[in-house]
Design a protein around this ligand. Structure first.
Ligand SMILES: [Mg+2]
Length: 238
C-alpha cells in the first residue's frame, strides 16, 4: 500500500509504521516537535496599525454616536447592530464611508514596524473590520495578509455584515497552533484578549486603562520599538 501523504503504511513485511522521506529513507527523520517551531505573529489592525475607522467616520460626519467601539462595548454583534441603525438613520452611504477611509493613513511608524516584523517572521492581521474597509489601508501597508469579516452592501447602503466565523481571532490562533506554529500576538481591545491569551505570548498595545486593569497578566506596551523588541524576544523564547 502506497501512502503518498506520509501517513501510516503497511510495510512489505506486514508491519505498520510512518512512511519516511523520499523513498522512505530511514536516514531522513521528519522532526515535528514543540522545540524550534516556526513562528507567526498575529496582529490586530485598528488601534494597533491604523486609527479606529468608526471614530474617523464619527469625526468626519459629526455623528458622535459612531464613536462607540469595542473598547466600550465588548459585545461585537450589539455594537454592529447599533452602528448599522445609526447609518440608516442618517442615510450614510457606503461610498461616503469609503471616502472617509480613503483619507485615513496608518499610524505614524506602523508601516516601518510592519516591514521590520515581516522581515523577521510570517505575519497575519486578525481584525474584526471588513474587507471593504480594510482595502485602502492594506494598500498603504504593503498588502499584508488580513483575515477579517465582510459587509453586505445593496444600492450603496450597508445592510448587514457577515462574520467569517464566530470567535475568528481565537480560532485563527488555534488553527495556527494546529499547523505547528509558535504564535505571538498583539492587540489593544476586549476583542483581542481571547487571541492574546490563546497565543504562546500575547501583548496589549496602545490599550486603554480599563483593558489593562482587567488583564494584568498581559504585558502592556505603547511604542512600536517596545513591541518589536518584545515580539522578537517572544519569537525566540521557545
Ligand atoms: Mg483594535
Amino acid at each position: 500500500m502506497v501512502n503518498v501523504l506520509g501517513g501510516t503504511s503497511v510495510r512489505p513485511d506486514g508491519s505498520r509504521g510512518r512512511t519516511g522521506g523520499v523513498g522512505g529513507s530511514p536516514s531522513i527523520a521528519a522532526m515535528s516537535s514543540d522545540a524550534g517551531r516556526q513562528t507567526i505573529v498575529t496582529l490586530d489592525l485598528e488601534g494597533v496599525l491604523v486609527p479606529e475607522i468608526w471614530i474617523a467616520v464619527a469625526e468626519t460626519t459629526g455623528i458622535e454616536a459612531l464613536r462607540r467601539t469595542t473598547r466600550e462595548e465588548p459585545d461585537y454583534d450589539k455594537l454592529m447592530a447599533y452602528r448599522l441603525d445609526i447609518l440608516a438613520e442618517h442615510g450614510l452611504t457606503m461610498s461616503a464611508i469609503e471616502q472617509v477611509i480613503a483619507g485615513l493613513e496608518p499610524l505614524p511608524g506602523a508601516k516601518a514596524f510592519l516591514d521590520e516584523l515581516r522581515a523577521r517572521t510570517q505575519l497575519v492581521i486578525l481584525s474584526d473590520t471588513f474587507e471593504q474597509f480594510a482595502r485602502p489601508l492594506m494598500a498603504q501597508l504593503g498588502w499584508p495578509a488580513i483575515w477579517c469579516h465582510s459587509l453586505d452592501v445593496v444600492d450603496d447602503r450597508i445592510v448587514g455584515f457577515r462574520r467569517r466565523m464566530d470567535e475568528a481571532k481565537q480560532a485563527a490562533v488555534a488553527a495556527l497552533h494546529g499547523l505547528n506554529f509558535r504564535v505571538v500576538a498583539a492587540g489593544d481591545s476586549y476583542n483581542d484578549t481571547t487571541m492574546l491569551l490563546a497565543a504562546d505570548a500575547g501583548f496589549l498595545f496602545h490599550s486603554p486603562d480599563n483593558v489593562r486593569a482587567e488583564f494584568p497578566m498581559l504585558p502592556a506596551l505603547d511604542t512600536y520599538d517596545e513591541l518589536l523588541e518584545a515580539i522578537t524576544a517572544a519569537l525566540t523564547d521557545d
